[in-house]
Ligand binder design. Sequence first.
Ligand code: BES
Ligand code: MN
Ligand code: ZN
Length: 468
Amino acid sequence: MPNCLIDPIDSAVPVETIREEAYDGWLAGQSDAVRRWLTACGFKGQGGQVALLPGEQGPRGAIYVIGGNEDRGGLWSWSGLWDGLKSGVYRIVTELSAADAFDAAMGFALAAYSFDRYRKVENTEQDDADTLLLVWPEGCDQAAVRGAYGATVLVRDLINTPASDLGPTELSAAAKELADASGASFREIVGVDLIREDFPAVYAVGRGAEESRAPRLLEFTWGRADAPTVTLVGKGVTFDTGGLDIKSTTGMKLMKKDMGGAAHALGLASMIMAAKLDVRLRVIIAAVENSVSGTAMRPLDVIGTRKGLSVEIGNTDAEGRVILADALALASEDRPDIVFDFATLTGAARVALGTELPALFCNDDTLAAEILDAGTQTADPLWRLPLHGPYKKQTKSKIADLRNDTDSSYGGAIMAALFLEHFVGEGVSWAHVDLMGWNVSAQSGKPEGGEAMSMRALFEVLARRYGS
Ligand code: BES
Ligand code: MN
Ligand code: ZN
């Protein structure tokens, strides 16, 4: 993994990579034959374009022009190499910096991804995935690519898997598999045990689902016991019908992705463990299905939480913040150095920032600045929204301590984040990421469907702080 990146072989076709700005200069230095060939092909040297150069026995070389997209030569600029080539084995001969070599390998590999669990791969365009190969670029940190690629594929696969095959039970199995593979210690609390072990909010949201889809709290820990503690929390709603405040047809359609936060927590954990960062890692996932049934929680029910705060359920569709309340309370109990939580929490975050830009909420300005910078560096950007104190009163209920909805729909992502803040321990550095986790249409390197968003950025923050 990734299968499309291979060790050097002699027959690999050399690929020269040229920045868009440098193309005219490059062309001027070529032979008449090459210039005439490229002109005849109608090749303009635009960013993202590939041209093959003819030889006696097939292509003797290829050129790839980098740039021209909003990524300006970053990671996704390299995905066009996969898009533009059809089959064969290629090797990049241009000397690349370590950062470019990483981007080239990752951009190529992520473009080659397809989700084919449910179809015969034969007879599809995706055949390319098996017949189009790139030699690992020289100077590339292969372990880093494997870590980030494997994590991204994990996130994409988990999100793309329909709820029929990925309920709380299967999400738990995926978490356990990852934990076992890294020697982490795993535990889970299932069904009514959640009441005994004091996770009433997780139970309340998940209790409407059928028994084989009982709610769960999953947890694993890894790493040196006295290392700095980093805790990752994920919203694992394996399907969100909205509960009794049932969603509309279009609103419900994509809701198999509502465990995207949990997938991100697992993906980031896999990167941390693969890179052996010097941290004490703890992963906490609340895994539930938000169902419509006779045992489902009702509008205006009041439920308890692990923190002791009562919550009035103004809307059963605002379920993510409810399960995260217990997960964040648990996360805070051992006073970790950092807590990151990931959640497909609000439609409002998408109204504010669109589908591609996750909203960051953070109670620590230093950490927030590090995250935003890392996002830019890794072509995995986030945008910060405020934990605006004066809005906090809107999360208060008339009959309970808190309510899970608000009277107006303005600022919905902020309201959800402020609700969560009640459950984060005093003095804990906390970052909350409200993300889409889904490419609504295909772009270079980003097929339509599940997507990791903010994961590489947050890994970069941790690698800078705790890497060797
Ligand atoms: N999972 C949804 C949020 C969501 C919807 C994320 C679409 C991404 C795309 C969440 O559980 C939800 O339903 N939120 C409601 C909250 C509201 C009822 C206060 C929302 O955003 O509409
Ligand atoms: Mn919902
Ligand atoms: Zn949801």
